[in-house]
Design a protein around this ligand. Structure first.
Ligand code: ADP
Ligand code: MG
Length: 701
């Protein structure tokens, strides 16, 4: 039966409608005021709220509550407490106090803090973010929270994200005031994040320790068919996949997540889900929930959802496209080109701010999407390169050119574009015309940041985008506020900034080698891997940027940097250990078995006076492949033990990148050759052929 979307939607969420229904009018109004003004919730208000929330949650079958938060690792964390409190006489009351709603004190000692907790307080606390609704998941009331140390340092992704949204709002309002808008009170960055993922059959998955421990295949020879026919993209959905998607969407709708678009992606077994955009912090929460639900629902269908950026070599990896814009409480999208000249001047100023910001902070943006997983994807022919650039499309590029050169704007009717006097040409929003090779594409009324990895929290990149754009707007505002003649100053500012930062604009093919060379000529930064990117986080320029906008203090940045480095090399460490184990326990053994069979055939044939040249040649090949693999394995192990005692994270990360990764790459080539050479029945693992084309057949539940 088809789902009743309006009935399902938000049914597991304590949303505005539910609050309105259940709270006394004055409490409800006081709550809205609190949110609007961004002031802390009073204890009295919290008590009434928590009571209503508990009653609602219990009607949804909840027995527990949890402060749901996003530690710096990028996943979500929860610790469940039952609502119960014992009564004298052996009975229990179901309780949930305002205090429990507002603040939690999880034993946070095992969350990564990059040394923060040692420096400050041993414990951390979680605090409700009332701008994101509470919801029921798994019979538990989940309260979206921020996670801080007792001295107030953020230990999570939500806190800096909320701060960056505030910073952007503040600077945006300054600009809007300059354009004479005295009524707008809020300006909010909006995000829609498209999520790519793979599905594989659960039985096959369980036979691949590399998938289990690392989320990706560490080897696997190319299947006879990959994505070269382009027959999977937008193709019809297989019944197993379709059943999964339907159930996933229903689960997401219940949680108030507006899952809207679903389709096959380019690689076999790869798919995409896109929700309708929302405010950045809600989108971030929703994306975390979406990833969790994808995994959960997949397992109900005897499949596993792979969110790794590059689960399979040789076919496309997975990303997450972060569509970003700014909306005001008057309902305007500030990146919507308009038909009135004054609005256009404003649009051009906001556009210029993004161009300035991206050019000025290329490295920061690059490192915001850096991870061991994304290193396999960026620049790998199906994802944007590690070089940041902006695609504007032909129409806007012409506009920018005419502004820079102060030349005639070549439109049919008019010949000269004057900012704030002329209207802009029609900016096409046609998706077929889009440049899909650009890391940052202006797509008509928003920017699509395509470099984000599929497993990453979108908080990371949005903290950076919000802050760097806030910074550009702040510089612009200061200059314009001081100007004698706003119109003249605005004109000059836009022209100057576009001229200075035009090198970041690129409409061509971002996947081409020519672009890499051209970008170098333009002086654009190219940081090929996480290790090269991360040190750009801990520079004076970045410290002062985040301090200026009160998003991160220096200590938080250093802590975050440490965690990112650690994450990086620990990920590679686990991969190397997994590979070593698979080689030692299964792969070399499989080769020996084959050699044993071949040796026997050679002996028997010899006894019968038959030629055994073929078997002998195969035997020698298997033998030499095995020795090569074994040699590389020992070298890998030596390197792993050499780096074990390294205490400096950056040195360790560099070593993993320079020594361990190439060693694993060599082994991969050797193993792939062995796999393609060994009889199928002797190969101990499901092949790419099986894994990538495993979703045939009827839905299983
Ligand atoms: P495509 O794959 O063609 O880029 P999709 O429809 O898959 O497009 O995804 C586009 C995403 O952009 C959706 O999540 C959509 O809600 C979001 N989006 C649309 N308008 C805006 C906007 N103004 N600000 C932020 N996100 C937006
Ligand atoms: Mg899409």
């Amino acid at each position: 039966m088809a789902a009743n979307i309006p009935e399902l939607f938000g049914s597991k969420v304590f949303n505005d409608a539910e609050m309105k229904k259940r709270l006394p009018k004055d409490v409800y109004r006081a709550f809205l005021k609190t949110i609007d003004e961004g002031v802390p919730l009073s204890r009295d208000l919290a008590n009434v709220l928590s009571h209503a929330m508990k009653d609602w949650a219990m009607e949804q079958g909840a027995t527990h509550f949890t402060h749901w938060f996003q530690p710096m690792t990028g996943i979500t964390a929860e610790k469940h407490d039952a609502f119960l409190s014992p009564e004298p006489g052996g009975s229990v009351l179901m309780t949930f106090s305002g205090k429990e709603l507002i603040k939690g004190e999880p034993d946070a000692s095992s969350f990564p803090s990059g040394g923060l907790r040692a420096t400050f307080e041993a414990r951390g606390y979680t605090a409700w973010d009332p701008t994101s609704y509470a919801f029921v998941k798994d019979d538990t009331l989940c309260i979206p929270t921020a996670f801080c140390s007792y001295s107030g340092e953020s230990l999570d992704k939500k806190t800096p994200l909320l701060r960056s949204m505030q910073a952007l709002e503040k600077q945006t309002l300054r600009i809007l005031r300059l354009f004479g808008d005295d009524t707008v009170r809020h300006a909010t960055p909006m995000v829609g994040s498209e999520q790519e993922y793979f599905l594989v059959d659960e039985d096959l998955y369980k036979k691949r320790p590399d998938l289990i421990y690392t989320g990706r295949t560490l080897f696997g020879s190319k299947p006879p068919k990959g994505q070269e026919m382009d027959d999977h993209y937008f193709g019809s959905l297989k019944p197993r996949v379709s059943a999964f998607m339907k159930e996933l969407e229903e689960e997401l709708w219940k949680l108030g997540i507006a899952a809207k678009t679903r389709h096959n992606e380019v690689a076999p077994g790869q798919f995409e889900l896109a929700p309708v955009f929302s405010t950045t912090n809600i989108s971030t929460d929703h994306n975390q929930l979406t990833m969790e639900m994808m995994k959960r629902v997949a397992s109900r269908h005897h499949m596993v959802c792979l969110l790794h950026e590059k689960p399979f070599a040789g076919v496309n990896g997975s990303g997450k496209h972060n569509n970003w814009s700014i909306s005001t409480d008057a309902g305007d999208n500030l990146f919507q080109p308009s038909s009135t000249p004054s609005r256009n001047a404003q649009f051009l100023l906001f556009l210029t701010a993004v161009i300035t910001a991206v050019d000025e902070y290329q490295d920061l943006l690059r490192l915001a999407i850096a991870s061991a997983g994304n290193d396999h994807r960026l620049g790998a022919n199906e994802a944007p390169p590690a070089i940041m650039s902006i695609f504007l499309g032909d129409e806007l590029m012409d506009v920018v050119d005419s502004i820079i050169h102060n030349t005639d704007y070549q439109d049919k009717e008019r010949t000269y574009l004057s900012i704030g006097a002329d209207v802009l040409p029609n900016i096409r929003k046609d998706s077929t015309d889009r440049n899909r090779t650009s890391p940052i594409a202006f797509t008509g009324n928003k920017f699509e940041f395509r470099s984000v990895g599929s497993s990453a929290s979108i908080a990371g990149c949005n903290i950076v985008i919000n802050t760097i754009v806030a910074d550009a707007l702040s510089t612009f505002a200061s200059r314009l506020e001081d100007a004698d003649n706003f119109q003249i100053a605005l004109d000059a500012l836009i022209r100057e900034e576009l001229t200075k930062h035009q090198r970041i604009l690129f409409n061509g093919n971002g996947y081409s080698d020519e672009w890499v060379k051209e970008a170098a000529r333009r002086g654009l930064s190219n940081l090929p891997s996480t290790v090269e990117a991360l040190p750009h986080f801990v520079t004076d320029k970045v410290f002062s940027l985040f301090a200026r906008h009160q998003v991160y203090n220096r200590t938080e940045i250093v802590a975050h940097y440490e965690i990112l480095l650690e994450n990086y090399y620990k990920t590679i460490h686990i991969e190397a250990m997994t590979l070593a184990d698979m080689v030692e326990k299964e792969i070399l053994f499989a080769s020996s078995r084959y050699q044993d069979i071949l040796a026997n055939v050679v002996l028997h044939k010899k006894a019968l006076d038959l030629s055994a040249d073929l078997e002998r040649a195969r035997l020698e090949h298997a033998n030499s492949l095995s020795s090569e693999i074994a040699k590389e394995l020992y070298s890998l192990k030596e390197k792993l033990s050499a780096v074990e005692s390294e205490t400096d994270s950056l040195t360790a990360a560099r070593f993993y990148r320079k020594e361990i990764v190439p060693c694993m790459d060599i082994m991969r080539t050797q193993i792939d050759e062995l796999e393609s050479f060994l009889p199928s029945e002797l190969w101990p693992y499901p092949t790419y052929k099986a894994l990538l084309f495993s979703l045939e057949g009827e839905p299983r539940k």
